[in-house]
Design a protein around this ligand. Structure first.
Ligand code: FAD
Length: 394
């Protein structure tokens, strides 16, 4: 006999946990199944590159999903969905029936061609444990990628006193988000912290030699490392959805109720391409705030208590003692207006398109995310002068 769940969630991340709790709140008794490829129950990912390296205990990351009356079906990867039969099957060949299904499958790190366990693709608790163990040894670390994973991991490893080289194909750290002068400041700041920075240099090839991985760069140089951490971004896990005939386009496409093209199947979190009311277009984000808020919204919608998802998620990151929150479209290719209280230490950067604020970067400026959202909602147009002093920094 097939196990039958009125509510079934595929995925074991923060989105899955938030959805399970919302369903439980709206429907106190119904069975909820959560099937996840990971062997661990849901946990918070952001501390894996931040708080745990600064001394927070590992016990602080667990979300306690088991206490919400959810059947945790762990270590099981869903390989097929049959929307007509309302079943999913996993890699062991077992099937489950569902009433409503949520796909919260997140993403998988982009990989390099060299197959070696000296390369770590940093995403999971197991990745954290492995890198943490290695960081206890006097090894040479290389980090590829100047996005948030690369920059946070380089900082974490330096905090342990390790030798770290960062290879950043762009001109500086965070160059896809930060204006060029801020990116340049952060890059120098990393140098000041003892990270060897190679900017404007991509990865040409990798090989194993004498027990090391040897990194050849696009500048024709090479350097060895014992461990290479690759922060190359993620690819959304859409395969099963695509095979099931659901619409996919940079993620699983959902409507404002977080429904896919099959109304009984929902998607949320890193994997979902959702309509943003504030920006007037579909978007896919990889933010904790989105995992929590969209997971909750999807869970309530599945239990018949939904409302359109109109939240504009924010993102945050810590870079040694620097830190920021960002909301909306913070693409460095947009026109930017910086309003510094103290240059590169505290201030706000606005991202504009035809005079309209599309995104806001709050640099060491806390508690302003809702004000930034309100500004993004305004039609404008704004000039640089209008924006000076618009959001008070602390
Ligand atoms: C190290 C790190 C630090 C981060 N720091 C920040 C931060 O500071 N601020 C911020 O806003 N965001 C941060 N993020 C991003 C944030 O953690 C993600 O946006 C969030 O985890 C997305 O949650 P999710 O549940 O949608 O996806 P995921 O966390 O990717 O979870 C997906 C789950 O689905 C499972 N799965 C996938 N496919 C299948 C399948 N076929 N069958 C069964 N299970 C499957 C996976 O095993 C996994 O358990 C960070 C991410 C990482 C990795």
């Amino acid at each position: 006999m097939l196990n039958d769940y009125p509510y079934l969630i595929v995925g074991g991340g923060m989105t899955a946990d938030a959805a399970a709790r919302a369903i439980r709140e709206a429907d106190p008794k119904a069975p909820i199944g959560l099937i996840s490829a990971e062997a661990h129950p849901p946990y918070n990912r952001p501390p894996l590159s931040k708080a745990l390296w600064k001394g927070d205990p590992e016990s602080s990351i667990w979300r306690g999903t088991d206490q919400a009356g959810v059947d945790l079906l762990l270590g099981r990867r869903v390989t097929a969905i049959d929307p007509a039969a309302r079943t999913v099957s996993d890699h062991t060949g077992q099937s489950l029936r569902f009433g409503k299904l949520l796909l919260a499958t997140g993403g998988t790190p982009r990989r390099l061609s060299l197959g070696t366990d000296q390369v770590i693709y940093y995403r999971t608790y197991d990745d954290y444990r492995r890198l943490r163990e290695l960081a206890g040894h006097d090894l040479r670390f290389a980090v590829i990628g100047g996005g948030f994973i690369g920059s946070e991991i380089a900082a974490a490893l330096r905090l342990q006193g390790r030798t770290v080289t960062m290879l950043v194909p762009e001109q500086g750290v965070g160059a896809r988000v930060f204006p060029a002068d801020l990116s340049g400041f952060v890059t120098d700041y990393y140098r000041g912290k003892g990270v060897e920075m190679r900017t404007g240099e991509g990865l040409a090839s990798l090989e194993q030699r004498g027990g090391k991985v040897v990194i050849k760069t696009t500048a024709g140089k090479e350097f060895p490392a014992d461990v290479l951490v690759a922060g190359l971004g993620i690819v959304p896990n859409i395969e099963t959805a695509e095979h099931a005939g659901l619409r996919v386009d940079n993620g699983i496409v959902v409507d404002e109720w977080l429904r896919t093209t099959r109304p009984e199947i929902y998607a949320a979190g890193d994997v979902a391409n959702f309509p943003s009311a504030a920006l007037g277009r579909h978007m896919r984000v990889e933010h904790e705030d989105a995992a929590n808020s969209m997971g909750r919204a999807a869970g309530l919608a599945m239990a018949g208590q939904g409302a359109p998802y109109t939240h504009l998620p924010f993102f945050y990151s810590d870079l040694f003692e620097l830190g920021y929150e960002a909301v909306g479209d913070t693409d460095a290719r947009l026109e930017t207006v910086a309003d510094w209280k103290e240059p590169f230490r505290e201030g706000v950067v606005y991202y504009l398109e035809k005079g309209r604020v599309r995104g806001v970067l709050l640099w060491n400026a806390w508690g302003q995310v809702d004000h930034a959202r309100a500004l993004i909602a305004q039609p404008g147009p704004f000039t640089a002068a209008d924006l000076k002093g618009r959001l008070p920094v602390s």
